[in-house]
Design a protein around this ligand. Structure first.
Ligand code: SAH
Length: 235
C-alpha cells in the first residue's frame, strides 16, 4: 500500500500494472513508446556518450529505453513503482542478454540513499503521471553527479497538445488506451525549465518529437507544442 504522502498516483500505477504484459508488443498499447525510442536515444547521444556510463532510468516501465541504453554500453539501473512492469523488464532483459538492475523504489528515497551517483539520468514520459513532478526533478538533480546530464521528456499543455495527445492519440487514432493521459498534468517547457533551475540544473536543449500520422513515424523537430525532450546539466 502506498502512503497518502507518496508522490504516486495509485490509479495511474494500477493502469500500468494491468497492462504490464503488453510492454514489449511493439504494435500494442505501448507502440508510441517503441516508436519514439530511437529518437530519444539519439537525443541523449547527441549530448553525451553512453559507453561505460552509469545511467538511472526513472519510471522505466518495461525497460524499452533502459535496454536501448544498455545496448549502447551503459550500465543501467531502472526504477519504477509498478512491480509488474519491473518483472516484465527483468525477464525481457534476461532474454535480451543485458545486465540491467531493476528496483521498485521512489526516486526521492533513492536520492536520499545515493546522492550524486549516476553519470546520466533519464526520466521519459513519466513526469506527466506523478502528482508532484518538481519533487521527481529535484530527486534526479540530487542523484546525478556534478557535470552529469539529465534528460526529461513529457507532454506540453496547450489546446494543440489536448487535441493531438488526448483527442487524437486516445480517441481518434487509438494510439494509446483512453485515460492514459490527464490534460491537467501536462507540463509546459517553461514549467519544466523553472523546476530544473530551481533544483540547480541548467536546461541546455529543448526539442520536440513530432508525429506524422500519415507515415506513422516520429522525428525530432523544433516544434515543442506536443511531445518534447529536455537535456539539462548539473554544474
Ligand atoms: N519511461 C518509460 C515508461 C513510460 S510510461 C518509457 O518511456 O518507455 C510511465 C511510467 O512511469 C510507468 O511505468 C509508470 O509505472 C511509471 N510511474 C508513474 N508514477 C511513478 C512514480 N511516482 N515513480 C516511478 N515511476 C512512476
Amino acid at each position: 500500500m502506498h502512503k497518502q504522502t507518496d508522490n504516486v498516483d495509485a490509479s495511474d500505477i494500477a493502469r500500468f500494472e494491468a497492462l504490464a504484459h503488453r510492454w514489449w508488443d511493439s504494435q500494442g498499447e505501448f507502440k508510441p513508446l517503441h516508436d519514439i525510442n530511437p529518437i530519444r536515444l539519439g537525443f541523449v547521444e547527441r549530448h553525451t556518450s553512453l559507453v561505460g556510463k552509469s545511467v538511472l532510468d526513472v519510471g522505466c516501465g518495461g525497460g524499452i529505453l533502459a535496454e536501448a541504453m544498455a545496448g549502447k554500453g551503459a550500465s543501467v539501473t531502472g526504477i519504477d513503482m509498478a512491480e509488474a512492469a519491473l518483472n516484465v523488464a527483468r525477464h525481457h532483459a534476461e532474454e535480451s542478454k543485458l545486465m540491467i538492475e531493476y528496483a521498485r523504489i521512489p526516486a526521492e528515497t533513492l536520492a536520499q540513499q545515493q546522492p550524486e551517483s549516476y553519470d546520466i539520468i533519464t526520466c521519459m514520459e513519466m513526469l506527466e503521471h506523478v502528482p508532484n513532478p518538481a519533487a521527481i526533478i529535484q530527486a534526479c538533480a540530487t542523484l546525478v553527479k556534478p557535470e552529469g546530464y539529465i534528460f526529461f521528456s513529457t507532454l506540453n499543455r496547450n489546446p494543440k497538445s489536448f487535441l493531438f495527445a488526448i483527442l487524437g492519440a486516445e480517441y481518434l487514432l487509438h494510439l494509446l488506451p483512453r485515460g492514459t493521459h490527464e490534460y491537467g498534468k501536462f507540463i509546459r517547457p517553461s514549467e519544466l525549465s523553472f523546476w530544473a533551475r530551481q533544483s540547480g540544473l541548467e536546461p541546455a536543449d529543448i526539442q520536440g518529437m513530432g508525429y506524422n500520422p500519415l507515415t506513422r513515424t516520429y522525428k525530432i523537430t523544433p516544434d515543442v507544442d506536443v511531445n518534447y525532450l529536455m537535456a539539462a546539466r548539473k554544474p
